[in-house]
Write a protein that binds this ligand. Structure first.
Ligand code: FE2
Length: 238
């Protein structure tokens, strides 16, 4: 079984719309270990007016996760980051340098409003890049501005972004359109990272184990190794 790294997930409890309580966190961490996920970077949302947990809150919950992993002796290394919703507050934080990068490296996980057009998305990416960060565009298959058009994803890459897609989209859990688009991006070699974006044990569970198997079957071992291990580790500066 291959080793997997998951650098986009909502497993910490009480901080966003991910795990509702410690038992859900524990269930998801156990499931990740069973699927050979050996590295996890938690990425709680930060979005003005909706998900507002402070970095201190998030760090406290991170300690809880570390404690659980230690107690159960799960073979998982844990890291912390955030998923930043790009708006004015994000730009202010960018200016102030008060952002949590993925695992303390230089990468920022960025998500965009459904109302952003591709120009606006590229502008956020360029601003983050100019500020010295490596932008990682979260679940690019989901944005109306991208419109299941690979050329739009290439624009994000040209602006300086690395590209992340969700395991659930590749597996078809989000509908046939997203599934076909994700496989097209994989075949074009435009995907840097596949991550779980897991939110709970039931409706949006971690499914990277099954996804790894599917990628190996359709694209080969080397491709799976790249998007599920090598690239995520590089992004964490490991
Ligand atoms: Fe997310």
């Amino acid at each position: 079984m291959r080793s997997i790294a998951d650098i986009h997930c909502h497993i910490l409890p009480y901080v966003d719309d991910g795990a509702e309580h410690a038992a859900e966190m524990e269930k998801m961490l156990t499931s990740q270990a069973e699927q050979h996920v050996e590295v996890i970077c938690f990425t709680p949302h930060l979005r003005t007016g909706m998900f507002t947990s402070s970095d201190e809150d998030v760090r406290r919950r991170f300690g809880q996760a570390e404690e659980f992993v230690r107690r159960r002796q799960l073979p998982i290394r844990l890291f912390l980051g955030r998923e930043y919703y790009c708006n004015e507050e994000f730009l202010e934080r960018l200016e102030a340098g008060s952002l949590l990068t993925l695992g303390g490296g230089d990468a920022l996980l960025m998500e965009f409003s459904g109302r952003c057009d591709a120009d606006a998305i590229c502008e956020y990416i360029k601003r983050a890049k100019q500020a010295g960060y490596q932008p990682l565009a979260a679940h690019v298959e989901r944005y109306p501005a991208i419109g299941a058009n690979a050329d739009q994803v290439k624009r994000l890459i040209d602006a300086g972004a690395k590209i992340q897609i969700n395991a659930s989209s590749l597996l078809g859990h989000e509908g046939i359109r997203q599934k076909l688009f994700c496989w097209k991006l994989m075949k074009l070699g435009l995907v840097d990272v596949v991550a779980s974006d897991a939110h709970d044990p039931q409706y949006r569970p971690p499914v990277l184990g099954e996804c790894a198997h599917r990628i190996e079957t359709k694209m080969g071992q080397a491709c799976a190794q790249k998007v599920l291990w090598d690239n995520p580790l590089k992004i964490l500066s490991l």
